[in-house]
Design a protein around this ligand. Structure first.
Ligand code: GLC
Ligand code: GLC
Length: 803
C-alpha cells in the first residue's frame, strides 16, 4: 500500500493522507539553521547543534506522537482546522504534504477555504520562513481567525527536558510589534536569542504556554483558540511560547498570504543590549526586512531550487528503470546531504541529545557526499581528523557546535581510524586536491600539536598494524563497525552502556572485518603514498597488507564464508562451529570488496550470504540470530532476534554486498539486492515497511522478528552514502580515480544500457552505456584501451561504453 507518490518532475514526494504509519519527515536548512518537519508539520529547529542550540521544543515519546511543532489554527465559523491536519485534528476536505528539496508544502482544505503552507529555510539566513496562503473558494466573504504558535526550547535540549527546578524560573521573552523574542539566559552568558515574527498586523499574542493552552489542554485545543481570543501573556519562567492571532477577511475568490519567520541571531558581548536588559534587535530586524514580502520569499524558493538543480546535475542517470532514476537522481543524493549535515545527531529517532557527529559515521557519509560539495567535504575531513589522538586512535564522536571530541558514547572502536583513510582517499580521487594532505591538523584539538593531515592517515594505518591479536588479525577494541559486537565488555549490570563499559580487556579479541578494511584501505593508503613519492613507506605498508591478507586466509576463512571475529578466549565467531551467529554479513562485504581470496572466495562467500542471510528486503546481519544474552558477545545478543544488530537487515552494509557482487562481476546479483531495499522500489509495501519511501532506514526487521519487514530509524544512516557508492560506482560503474574517471558498468542483464552525466574535475562527461559486440570505450569518438577516461580540460566529453 502507498500513502502518496513520487512527483519526479517537481522532485517531490507527495503524501496524500496525514496518517502515514509513522511521521514522514523532511529536513530544511543547509548551513546553520536546521529544521525537521513532518508530514503533519511537526518537528523542531536548531542552530548548528541539536543538543546545545535547540530553538524549538519537541517531545520524543510523546502521546499523541508528533504533537506540537508548528501549530497553525484556522478558525472559520465554528470550525477550527489545521492545514497539515495536526494539531487541530479536524478531518480535512483535502490534504497533501509535498516534501521537496529543502522545503515542505502543506495543502489543506476545509469548508471552501484552501490553505497552502510552504516552509523553508533560505540560504545564508538563520531563519525558517513559513508562507501561509489562504484562499476563499466560496462565493461569500469570509472572516477567518488565524493562530500560529511555536514553543521555545530553553537552548540546551538535555537541560530543557530534565532540569525543571531551574527551567521553570528562567524563561524570558520580549514582545515588539508582531515579533516575539525568546531571550532565556540572555541576561547572563548567552549572546543569542530567537524570534518568531509575522509580516502583518496582529490582533493579539501570547507568550506563556499554559495561559494560551489552558489547564488540562494540549495543542489540539488551546483555550485561546477556542475562545477566539488572546491573553497578551508575558512569560515569566515556565514554558515560553510565541503565539499570534490574526484576523483576516477574504472576499469571495480572494487569496492572501502571510509570512511567519522563525529566526536565530547572535550579538557580540559588548552589543548585547540596546538599553539595560533589552535585547539589541538590529540583527533580527535586518533578517526580517530581507523576508518581509512575498516576492522575497519566492526569490528564496527559486534560489533553493537552483541550488539543488546545480548539485544534482553533478550526477544523473537516465535508464529504463524509473525507480532507479528517481533514487539516483534525487532522493539518494538528497539523503546523502542530510547525513552529511546531521551525521547521527537529529532525526525523529536520534534525539539530537545523544550522539553528535560520529567519527566513522561522518567519514562514511562523505563517501556519498564528496562529489556534491567537495569544499565542504574537505573542511569536514579536517574537523574529523582533529579529534584523533596522537597514537592514531580517536574519539568516537564530537559536538558540531564545539567541534570537540568527547567520550560520552564511548571510544576505542578500532575500525574508526581506517575510515579516515577511506574518506580522504575518496576526496582526493574526486578532486585531485593532494594539498589536503599538507593541511596542519591537530590531535585532540590541542593547539600546537598540528601535523600535516598525511601524518594522521599514517597513524590511522599504524594503529591497526600495531594492535594485532593472537591470529595476526587486528584487535577489535570496544567494537568495530558493529557497535554491538562488544567482545571485551562482559557487562552484567542492567542499564550499563555497552558503548562505554569494559570489564575484561582481553587484548585478544580480533576482528576479521577490520582485517578486510585494512587490506582495502591500507592498500589505498599505499597507492596514495606511491603517488606522492613515498615509495619506501608504500612498500612497507604493502607488506603489512599482505600479512593481514594471509592472516584472513589462514584464520578468517571458514570454508564457505569469511568468519567474523575471534572472541576474548580466541574462539571464532561467525563460523559453522558456532551454534548461533554462524555467519555475519560484514566480513563477506568487506573482505570481498578488498579482493581477499579473489573471485573464487568472493563467489563462495556471496552464495553463502544469500543462502543464509537473504530475505525479501535484503541481507540480514547474521544467522541464526542469538536467542540468549551472552556477556562475551555484548549488546549484539541483547536485542531480540531479528532486530538491530541481532539479525535485522541492517541496511548500511547491504551495499557492501552489492559492491561485492560487482567485484566478482555479477550485475544481476548486484541489482537484485539493490532493489530489495531501495526505498522507491518498496514504496508499495509502505504499510509493512512503515518509514518514508523516499529515504533509507537503518534497519528492516529480519525473518526472526515479530514484525518482519518493518523498518526503523529512518534517515540518519550510513546506508545513504554506501547505497549511492554502490549504485553509482558499482552498478553504474562510474568511479573517480586519481588520473581520471573509470567506467566499469556492472548492469543486470535486463538493462540494455543507460545514459549518465557526471561532472568531474570541471568536465561534464556524457556517458552512454550500451550493449554490443564491439566491447570497449570511446572518448569523443576515439577508442581507448582499458576503462580509464584520462583527465581533460575541455568543458564536455562524450563517452560511449559498449558492454
Ligand atoms: C549505527 C552507528 C554506526 C554503526 C552501526 C552498526 O548505525 O551509527 O556507527 O556502525 O550502528 O552498529
Ligand atoms: C546501539 C545501537 C547501534 C548504535 C549504537 C550507538 O548500540 O544498536 O546501532 O550504533 O547504539 O550508540
Amino acid at each position: 500500500m502507498k500513502y502518496g507518490f513520487f512527483d519526479d518532475k517537481a522532485k517531490e514526494y507527495v503524501i496524500t493522507q496525514p496518517d502515514t504509519p509513522l511521521p514522514w519527515i523532511n529536513y530544511l536548512g543547509k548551513d546553520g539553521f536546521f529544521s525537521l518537519i513532518s508530514n503533519t508539520c511537526g518537528g523542531y529547529s536548531f542552530y548548528r547543534d541539536a543538543k546545545l542550540r535547540r530553538i524549538t521544543r519537541f517531545r520524543y515519546n510523546n502521546v499523541p506522537a508528533d504533537d506540537g511543532g508548528r501549530c497553525f489554527y484556522i478558525c472559520d465559523g465554528d470550525t477550527v482546522w489545521s492545514p497539515a491536519y495536526l494539531p487541530a485534528r479536524t478531518p480535512l476536505d483535502g490534504y497533501r504534504c509535498r516534501h521537496g528539496l529543502g522545503y515542505s508544502v502543506f495543502e489543506g482544505k476545509k469548508n471552501g477555504v484552501a490553505a497552502a503552507l510552504t516552509v523553508m529555510v533560505p540560504s545564508c539566513v538563520d531563519m525558517e520562513v513559513q508562507k501561509l496562503t489562504l484562499k476563499n473558494e466560496t462565493d461569500v466573504e469570509k472572516t477567518l481567525t488565524v493562530y500560529a504558535a511555536e514553543e521555545w526550547c530553553l537552548w540546551n535540549a538535555v537541560d530543557d527536558s530534565t532540569n525543571f527546578q531551574r527551567n521553570w524560573n528562567i524563561g524570558e521573552v520580549e514582545v515588539e510589534n508582531g515579533t516575539i523574542y525568546h531571550k532565556t539566559e540572555y541576561r547572563e552568558r548567552r549572546n543569542h536569542y530567537a524570534f518568531y515574527s509575522v509580516n502583518c498586523p496582529v490582533q493579539g499574542f501570547d507568550t506563556d504556554r499554559d495561559t494560551f493552552l489552558g489547564q488540562f489542554r494540549g495543542w489540539r485545543e488551546p483555550i485561546a483558540v477556542e475562545k477566539r481570543t488572546s491573553f497578551g501573556s508575558i512569560a515569566a519562567g515556565w514554558a515560553p511560547i510565541a503565539a499570534f492571532r490574526i484576523e483576516i477577511t477574504l472576499a469571495a475568490g480572494e487569496q492572501k498570504s502571510i509570512l511567519f519567520r522563525l529566526g536565530y541571531a547572535e550579538n557580540p558581548t559588548d552589543k548585547k543590549f540596546s538599553s539595560p536588559g533589552v535585547i539589541n534587535k538590529e540583527k533580527a530586524k535586518e533578517m526580517l526586512a530581507a523576508f518581509s514580502t512575498e516576492a522575497q520569499f519566492d526569490a528564496a524558493m527559486a534560489e533553493l531550487a537552483a541550488y539543488w538543480e546545480g548539485l544534482l546535475s553533478r550526477f544523473s542517470v537516465k535508464s529504463s528503470e524509473e525507480k532507479l532514476d528517481r533514487m539516483v537522481n534525487v532522493w539518494n543524493q538528497y539523503q546523502c546531504m542530510v547525513t552529511f549535515n546531521m551525521s547521527r545527531s537529529a532525526s525523529y529517532y536520534e534525539s539530537g541529545t545523544g550522539r553528535g557527529m560520529g567519527f566513522r559515521d561522518s567519514c562514511q557519509d562523505l563517501l556519498g557526499f564528496v562529489h556534491l560539495i567537495p569544499e565542504k567535504a574537505r573542511e569536514r575531513i579536517i574537523d574529523i581528523a582533529s579529534i584523533q589522538f596522537a597514537d592514531g586512535s580517536t574519539y568516537h564522536q564530537y559536538q558540531p557546535l564545539t567541534k570537540r571530541g568527547n567520550a560520552d558514547i564511548g571510544s576505542g572502536f578500532n575500525d574508526d581510524p581506517l575510515w579516515l583513510v577511506a574518506c580522504t582517499c575518496a576526496y582526493i580521487r574526486e578532486t585531485g586536491d593532494f594539498t589536503i594532505l599538507d593541511h596542519p591538523t591537530p590531535f585532540n584539538n590541542e593547539e600546537g600539536t598540528e601535523v600535516p593531515l598525511l601524518e594522521h592517515l599514517r597513524r590511522s594505518v599504524r594503529f591497526n598494524t600495531e594492535h594485532k591479536g593472537p591470529h595476526g588479525l587486528p584487535l577489535i577494541g570496544r567494537a568495530d563497525w558493529n557497535d554491538c559486537l562488544n567482545l571485551n565488555c562482559f557487562s552484567m549490570t542492567p542499564g550499563e552502556s555497552f558503548q562505554t563499559c569494559s570489564n575484561f580487556e582481553s587484548g585478544k579479541a580480533e576482528s576479521v572485518f577490520i582485517a578486510g578494511m585494512y587490506v582495502k584501505y591500507a592498500g589505498e593508503y599505499a597507492d596514495l603514498l606511491d603517488r606522492i613519492g613515498l615509495a619506501d613507506e608504500a612498500k612497507e605498508v604493502r607488506e603489512e597488507v599482505l600479512k593481514t591478507e594471509k592472516a584472513v586466509l589462514d584464520y578468517g576463512w571458514d570454508g564457505e564464508w569469511f568468519r567474523r571475529a575471534y572472541d576474548a578466549f580466541e574462539r571464532p565467531i561467525g563460523s559453522k562451529e558456532n551454534a548461533e551467529g554462524k555467519i555475519f554479513i560484514e566480513p563477506q562485504g568487506m573482505c570481498v570488496m578488498a579482493g581477499i581470496g579473489g573471485k573464487e572466495y568472493g563467489k563462495k562467500a556471496l552464495a553463502s550470504t544469500e543462502k543464509y542471510l537473504g530475505d525479501e528486503f535484503g541481507i540480514e546481519l547474521l544467522a541464526p540470530c542469538y536467542s540468549e544474552y551472552h556477556d562475551y558477545l555484548g549488546e549484539i545478543s541483547s536485542y531480540p532476534p531479528g532486530y538491530k544488530e541481532n539479525g535485522s537487515v541492517f541496511c548500511h552494509n547491504n551495499p557492501w554486498i552489492t559492491l561485492a557482487y560487482c567485484e566478482v562481476g555479477d550485475g544481476n546479483g548486484a541489482f537484485d539486492l539493490y532493489k530489495r531495499n531501495a526505498p522507491a522500489y518498496i514504496e508499495d509495501k509502505s504499510e509493512v515497511h512503515r518509514t518514508e519511501p523516499y529515504c533509507y532506514s537503518q534497519t528492516i526487521a529480519g525473518r526472526a522478528a515479530k514484525t518482519y519487514g518493518e523498518a526503523k530509524n529512518a534517515w540518519l544512516t550510513g546506508t545513504a552514502a554506501w547505497s549511492f557508492v554502490a549504485v553509482s560506482q558499482g552498478i553504474l560503474g562510474i568511479r573517480p580515480d586519481y588520473d581520471g574517471l573509470r567506467v566499469t558498468p556492472c548492469l543486470p542483464d535486463k538493462m540494455d544500457g543507460c545514459h549518465i552525466t557526471r561532472l568531474f574535475r570541471g568536465t561534464r562527461y556524457d556517458i552512454v552505456v550500451k550493449r554490443g559486440n564491439d566491447k570497449g570505450l570511446t572518448v569523443n569518438g576515439a577508442p581507448i584501451q582499458g576503462d580509464l577516461i584520462p583527465l581533460t580540460d575541455t568543458a564536455t566529453c562524450e563517452v560511449v561504453v559498449t558492454i
